[in-house]
Design a binder for this molecule. Structure first.
Ligand SMILES: Cc1cc2nc3c(=O)[nH]c(=O)nc-3n(C[C@H](O)[C@H](O)[C@H](O)COP(=O)(O)O)c2cc1C
Length: 406
């Protein structure tokens, strides 16, 4: 339900030097078990052969509108109807102009005109062409007509110039494509997610931290974005890339996280605290690196502010507050205690000692305990992406319940 598997995706390739990059995208979509059909403009076929896309997609590639073997079938109508989503990439200046003006003089244009599916457009061209008033006007028209547009990226272009016009990268495109085929049950909700560890400085070279990788929180941010939410991710130091379509605020220490989270939480509809925030920090932070012979063998610590407790105190009516608990034993009792103490609506307890769960792992097994919930819900051991969606299913249910009570 929350993947591209089984979705009918029509990929329209037009005549840009970036066409070869989309071969990689088609390959990724086929690996994700999407059913991909490629339409190429005549110019596109000068850059990459249809054979490349046919081999990668496992499907016939369409080009000419009046193909000799078309028979009685109206290819453009069939493809337009079958599509769950259309992706036009790279979209040349010419193709943008064609679509903006509703022209129907090639198979890609006529299929785009005929489809009722959402269309995602990724332009790619020389930066002067991209910033030209005619192209800007065409992009604006396309936006007004309801097409979904991704901006071209900046950098060195194939023509040697530097500027905006590069085709967007696949990791920045895939989440938007996924969103277009995902039920938007969290649309118009601001969801604040925290992720990762914090670092508590001892001196400029050393810090105290923990094993959190940020994977669970980042999975939650990606899942909430796919379901239409406006997502803010406050992340401690993590090697993971910023999820596309998510506003990311990177912080270092528990004190930084406290400030960022409280500022963002004020107008959030949901706050999910998946970060592993340090409970304590060194009482003294040295300005210079402490030399080996100066090091004391004991370190004195002071308590960090309890972010979750503060969020629970400030919780607005209708706001949903969700905490995570990393435990090694008595999961339910520990979870219930934290749920009550922090004024949470839901707690997700994970056994960090269990095989396949906890820190750094790709999978997780959560025990969900809601406020007033008699029996906790033990989720299966699944990928962190799937666990994130299961948790968001509960959030969606809480919103439906609240709407029913109004
Ligand atoms: C080597 C080469 C590279 C080109 N790269 C681009 C490009 O990146 N973006 C673009 O809009 N046009 C580019 N063009 C021009 C288009 O191929 C041309 O406008 C064509 O008519 C587009 O037709 P189509 O939109 O039907 O595919 C390039 C042309 C050549 C010869």
């Amino acid at each position: 339900m929350y993947t591209l598997a089984g979705k009918n995706i029509v990929v329209g390739v037009s005549g840009s030097i970036a066409a070869f990059k989309v071969a990689g995208w088609v390959s990724a979509l086929a690996k994700a078990e999407a059913n991909v059909t490629v339409i190429m403009t005549e110019a596109a076929q000068r850059f990459v052969t249809p054979l490349t896309f046919a081999a990668l997609s496992g499907n016939r590639v369409y080009g000419a509108m009046f193909a000799a073997d078309a028979g009685e079938e109206m290819t453009h109508i069939r493809l337009a109807r079958e599509a769950d989503v259309m992706l036009i990439a790279p979209a040349s200046a010419q193709t943008l102009a064609r679509l903006a003006h509703g022209l129907a003089d090639d198979l890609l244009a006529v299929t785009t005109l005929a489809t009722r599916a959402p269309v995602l457009i990724c332009p790619a061209m020389n930066s002067a062409m991209y910033s030209h008033a005619a192209t800007r006007a065409n992009l604006e028209t396309l936006r007004v007509h309801g097409y979904h547009l991704l901006q071209a990226a900046s950098g060195v272009l194939a023509c040697g110039e530097e500027g905006q016009g590069r085709l967007a990268e696949w990791p920045d495109v895939q989440p938007f494509l996924l969103r277009l085929v995902t039920p938007q049950d969290l649309a118009k909700k601001k969801i604040l997610v925290t992720a990762g560890p914090t670092r508590e400085a001892i001196d400029p070279a050393r810090f105290l931290s923990n094993r959190s990788s940020g994977k669970m929180g980042y999975a939650l941010a990606r899942a909430a974005m796919a379901r239409g939410a406006e997502v803010v991710l406050v992340s401690g130091p993590s090697a993971l890339p910023d999820p596309a379509g998510v506003r990311v605020r990177r912080v270092i220490s528990a004190l930084d996280m406290y400030e960022a989270v409280l500022a963002e939480a004020a107008d959030a509809d949901v706050v999910i605290k998946a970060a592993a925030v340090a409970d304590y920090r060194p009482a003294t932070v040295f300005d210079e690196k402490v030399k080996k012979d100066q090091i004391d063998t004991s370190l004195s610590l002071i308590a960090n502010p309890d972010i979750l407790l503060e969020l629970g105190r400030r919780k607005r009516p209708g706001q949903i507050l969700i905490g995570f608990a990393a435990e090694t034993r008595n999961l339910e009792a520990a979870g219930r205690k934290k749920l009550a103490a922090k004024n949470l609506d839901l707690i997700a307890v994970n056994n960090v000692k269990a095989a396949g769960g906890g820190f750094e792992a790709e999978t997780n097994q959560l025990l969900l305990i809601g406020r007033d919930q008699v029996a906790p819900e033990a989720l299966p051991l699944v990928s962190k992406d799937a666990a994130a969606h299961m948790l968001l299913d509960r959030v969606s249910w809480l919103f439906r319940q609240a709407a029913r009570l109004q």
